[in-house]
Design a protein around this ligand. Sequence first.
Ligand SMILES: *[C@@H]1O[C@H](CO)[C@@H](O)[C@H](O)[C@H]1NC(C)=O
Ligand SMILES: *[C@@H]1O[C@H](CO)[C@@H](O)[C@H](O)[C@H]1NC(C)=O
Ligand SMILES: *[C@@H]1O[C@H](CO)[C@@H](O)[C@H](O)[C@H]1NC(C)=O
Length: 591
Amino acid sequence: MLPRHAPGRRAHHLAINISTPTPYRPSVFQLVVGRPLFRWILLIIGAMFGLWIFAPLLFGGGYRLHRHHRPYIPDGIAFPPPPHRPPPPPHHEGPPTVWSERADRVRDAFVHAWSGYSKYAAGYDELMPVTGEPVNNFNGWGVTLFDSLDTMWLMGLHDSFREALGSVAKSTFALKENNYAPFFETVIRYLGGLLSAYALSGEPVLLTRADDLGSMLLPAFNTTSGLPMYAVNTVSGRTRLGWSGSVLWAEALSNQMEYKYLAHLTGRTEYYNKTESIMQKMYTANHTDGLFATMWDIHKATPSNFHFSVGAYADSAHEYLLKQWLLTAQSEPKTRDLYLQSMSGILNKLLYLTPTRQLLYVTDIQNNYPTHIFEHLSCFLPGLLALGVYSLPDLSKRDKELHTWAAKGLAETCWATYFDTTTGLGPDEIAMTPGDLWMGKMEEWEAGGRVGVPPGTWEVKRQRWEAGRDWTVRKPGYLLRPEAVESFYILWKTTGDVRWRERGWSVFKAIEKYTRTKYGYASLASVDDAYPQLKDEMPSYFLAETLKYLFLLFTDEDPLSLKHWVFNTEAHPLPVFDWSPWEKEEYNITL
Ligand SMILES: *[C@@H]1O[C@H](CO)[C@@H](O)[C@H](O)[C@H]1NC(C)=O
Ligand SMILES: *[C@@H]1O[C@H](CO)[C@@H](O)[C@H](O)[C@H]1NC(C)=O
Ligand SMILES: *[C@@H]1O[C@H](CO)[C@@H](O)[C@H](O)[C@H]1NC(C)=O
């Protein structure tokens, strides 16, 4: 044992410069440490401190000092990881710009719609914006609240967000015995809303309720084919078919993003299995030159009509093909292949040009004949095509060109349907003057040496008079729908062309001018009336989608980079994630 005064290494190093050794004089410290009792106490305290610091390292894992304490997760076991944390909501620094002020105007519009709803319709699904009355039309669980959560968070409306969480916490998702929740709408609005608000805020109650709701809706998948029933009673698990007796293609293929992300967050195999089983059916299903029927047999998972469309009945199924591939970090190539196949079918068969203005439009085929009807709902397609070009690096040069041109041309036409009308808002459904197949015109243009811009992609000029429009109205209302501004947003993000922003601003100004009421915002009965009649409805998607896309279009920040976030069909952004090796094994994910 060393003498008590023997210098340690450090002291020794100092000591070599000292020529005369100083005589030994015990300090107070040495006197205290020198007593055996104190020495033992210090030793024990030291050992306990060491154990506290190093034990997690010795027994696996790392020592964590999180402000929000997370459960200790040993390496190698893939618990669901915490949600991807985005930067805080966009907060404009510095002096206001034209665009930051426009974003503020959209926030004001949201606040107006939200205050009307929370004041006059809290606890109900939607506000009737003309009479100020509440209405239940989507299960009576307060769909506007669930649909609005992530928009509030993005707009930095934290007080409203926190208040809304209280209502979320109290939800039971119960239904009376004879009531049924429509599966598709409940998944994209309620479940999608909860999941994206969870991904943005990390509030645990949102995930708990998403898990509750996700499992209450599972009986919908309990069919011989695995294709979902139209509606389910969340208490009894009883299900029922819709009016058509078949499954719409959009109903079958618009739950994979939500259920896969939910499987990833909860580790529950059935969430993955049920939704992926539908994909397995689609990989082997019969299609017609890449086109998938709008209705499917619930027992056999086979097509049950000869109707091909990108509008109602089919629309979001196309989105979920590309978006599943993007959401799961490009790890499921079969969904990408199906996307490319279906886009090729659409580009070859459903795209036409009007004879006079050469407007590019997408229509549907009914028993081999194109109807030449163009739905506002189809205006999501240019945005989807642009997103595909942006995120599919392996696209062939020709596909890249065709998809880019189709995106531009279709978005121009969507804009024309707004630009041409008296109110500056687009009608819900129009009939186009029948013209030629786009692909035929495209091949002629290519064969002719590609003179001028590709057919259908030129900038449209306004046509006030119906006779000159190349289209007539079938459903004249503007239902506060998002699809046109959704595509403007994606085109602005992917091309940087400021015209899409300017056009979005025109749309927003028209919304303010014609649809704003004392209580909120109302759908219009006819877009070509100078004093249009208001319909007493404010759909929840106006807050979830239309105002969110407009806000994102104008805000100079990029809170939801298209590389890291994927919007579900109700504009609820979900974060891109990787399947861990554990999940691949457990869920039997085969690529
Ligand atoms: C699924 O349906 C079968 C037969 O209709 C029934 O026996 C079973 O309990 C159902 N399962 C669930 C989870 O609802
Ligand atoms: C889901 O589970 C069933 C029964 O275990 C299995 O046959 C089926 O292949 C699974 N589906 C997927 C997509 O993994
Ligand atoms: C596809 O159609 C063919 C001919 O109609 C039929 O024989 C085959 O069973 C179908 N395949 C599937 C997977 O439905």
